[in-house]
Write a new protein. Structure first.
Length: 557
């Protein structure tokens, strides 16, 4: 093994560095072994990442047992669910870049020979993968795990039910007491949001793309099996260091296509589009937003998971976990089987011993899919020339034409929804919430859930240059690009304009003439900056289009 850590730890001239490290318990023998960084996204502000401190101990034990020396370090995390609907939510997508940057900086500075990243809440997962792809040193991603479902009136519930209860309460369809009871029951302990929302979608992606060992991510966070999963990751990273198996060997065009197929088959979050585009940029793999449509078209929707389905992520684990979804893709010829994974085995080889629970109906057979094509649809047209994204999981209608109800912020739209000012047939337009305009491309779970809770989900559409939580359901179109803040067509929409969304035609159009639209563009001026200093201002200066992953490392605008 050629260990880059020796640059820091070996040789007479490195005596000062060794002296520092010996002061905190490392020995000469420790420093001759491969140094493995444990990138821990533990934080005490949310349930999603709460048990990662404990899991880091298990990872470290696995590393030592396999002949390495662990060094743990921390980075940040932002809770999407807790910040939702506030100015704080603008920090969520920004945090993806900061987490990736911080892991990259510590690993470059300390010259680790390998990394195990412990992740959970939504942005920590793609951020860890982005950092590993930049560094291209052997790396493993372990997802801390889903929360268990809550129970209310004999039914499993998740945080999605709380958000939707807010809308039902505002509409007078639910009492204050019932709202409080749902609030108190939905989240029974540590773990990330409990449906196929963004965290569990990206946990699925990590296993299928090959950066996480198959079968470990879908174990719930409070399940005792998670401790052994963490220990095994210590063994796996040491094997990867010995064989010099690197992230860019794993994340290829073929493995990214496998990952996109897993999102389509599982009814995953639209945020996966942003994150996989970002992965491709970091790995120098050609990928466009249109590729998602091609792959979704040929991949059936198989997993009956929330937000549109019946089951939680914990039920997926009981059914056999993410490997069962992967095996469906393999059996259907819908995945590339020969791509390498972090275990050293190919995608196909990892699936030889998949155990599917007899009689489970969480994941449908290939012969009886929920839908013949996947849950993600890319729309383009005069309102979104670069593209927009809608999740059609659970949707029966395929089109809507209606008058635009225009709002220049999420808060303004939320007040209108809760105030009963949105009518059946309306198309709610929320703009200046894109990567630059927000800044940070806030998720709209508060608004979308309020629409559902108000009983309007079957008749109202929503269009935004912001994005959605994985828990969002309904006729909701996000990631509209170009965004309003840089003069995209969504900035020209006026109250009452007719908008058509046609899922079958893959189209989203503003139904006004070119002659009427032209003077609106001529009068456009960029709004003043909302932040003039600090991390948010830096982000605005660097971030690219949502259609290209909203990355800052290589801005496209």
């Amino acid at each position: 093994m050629k260990l880059q850590s020796y640059t820091i730890t070996q040789g007479k001239e490195r005596a000062p560095a060794r002296s520092y490290l010996k002061s905190i318990g490392f020995t000469d023998e420790d420093l001759k072994k491969p140094i493995i960084g444990i990138a821990n996204t533990w934080i005490g502000t949310m349930p999603c990442n709460y048990n990662l401190r404990e899991l880091a101990v298990d990872v470290a034990r696995g590393i030592r047992e396999a002949g390495g020396t662990p060094m743990e370090f921390n980075t940040i995390a932002i809770s999407d669910g807790i910040t939702m609907g506030t100015e704080g939510m603008k920090t969520s997508l920004v945090s993806r870049e900061v987490i990736a940057d911080s892991i990259e900086l510590v690993a470059r500075g300390h010259m680790f020979d390998g990394i195990v990243a412990l992740v959970a809440c939504d942005k920590t997962i793609p951020a860890a993968a982005m950092a590993l792809l930049r560094l291209n040193v052997p790396g493993v991603v372990l997802y801390g795990g889903t929360i268990l479902p809550g129970r209310y009136k004999g039914h499993d519930i998740t945080i999605q039910d709380v958000f939707e209860a807010v809308g039902a309460n505002a509409a007078g369809r639910m009492s204050d007491e019932e709202l409080a009871a749902i609030e108190n029951a939905a989240c029974p302990g540590p773990g990330a949001c409990g449906g196929q929302y963004t965290a569990n979608t990206m946990a699925t992606v990590m296993e299928v793309i090959g950066l996480s060992p198959m079968g470990l991510n879908s174990i719930p966070q409070v399940d005792p099996r998670k401790h052994d999963a963490a220990r095994r990751c210590g063994e796996i990273i040491m094997n990867a260091v010995r064989t010099n198996l690197r992230p860019r060997d794993i994340v290829t065009r073929a493995s990214i296509e496998n990952a996109i197929a897993s999102v389509a088959a599982s009814g995953g979050s639209t945020n996966a589009v942003l994150h996989l585009l970002a992965f491709a940029r970091e790995a120098d793999v050609p990928l466009t937003i249109d590729d998602f449509q091609d792959l979704s078209n040929r991949t059936p929707l198989l997993a009956d998971l929330k937000p549109a389905g019946r089951y939680t992520a914990a039920d997926l684990d009981k059914a056999g976990g993410i490997p069962v979804i992967a095996k469906r893709l393999y059996d259907g010829g819908l995945a590339h089987s020969n791509v390498i994974t972090i275990t050293g085995k190919t995608f196909g080889e990892q699936l030889v011993n998949v155990r599917e629970t007899a009689g489970q109906d969480v994941i449908r057979p290939l012969t009886d899919p929920i839908k013949k094509s996947g849950g993600i649809v890319i729309l383009k047209g005069s309102l979104a020339p670069e593209g927009a994204v809608i999740k059609v999981t659970g949707l029966d209608r395929t089109s809507q034409t209606g008058p635009a109800r225009v709002f220049d912020s999420e808060e303004a739209a939320m007040h209108a929804v809760l105030g009963g000012r949105i009518q059946p047939g309306d198309v709610v337009v929320i703009r200046y919430e894109g990567p630059r305009g927000g800044p940070g491309m806030r998720e709209m779970l508060g608004v979308t859930s309020a629409i559902v809770g108000e009983g309007l989900s079957e008749t109202v559409a929503l269009v935004t240059d912001g994005r959605f939580s994985g828990a969002t359901r309904g006729f909701m179109v996000g990631h509209v690009a170009p965004e309003a803040a840089i003069g995209g067509p969504i900035a020209a929409v006026r109250e009452g304009d007719s908008i058509t969304i046609d899922v079958q035609a893959r189209a989203i159009n503003l139904n006004i003439s070119e002659s009427e639209l032209r003077p609106r563009f001529a009068g456009f001026s960029r709004p003043p900056a909302k932040y003039n200093s600090g991390v948010m201002a830096k982000y605005v200066a660097l971030v690219g289009s949502a259609s290209d992953g909203a990355v800052t490392s290589r801005p496209s605008l």
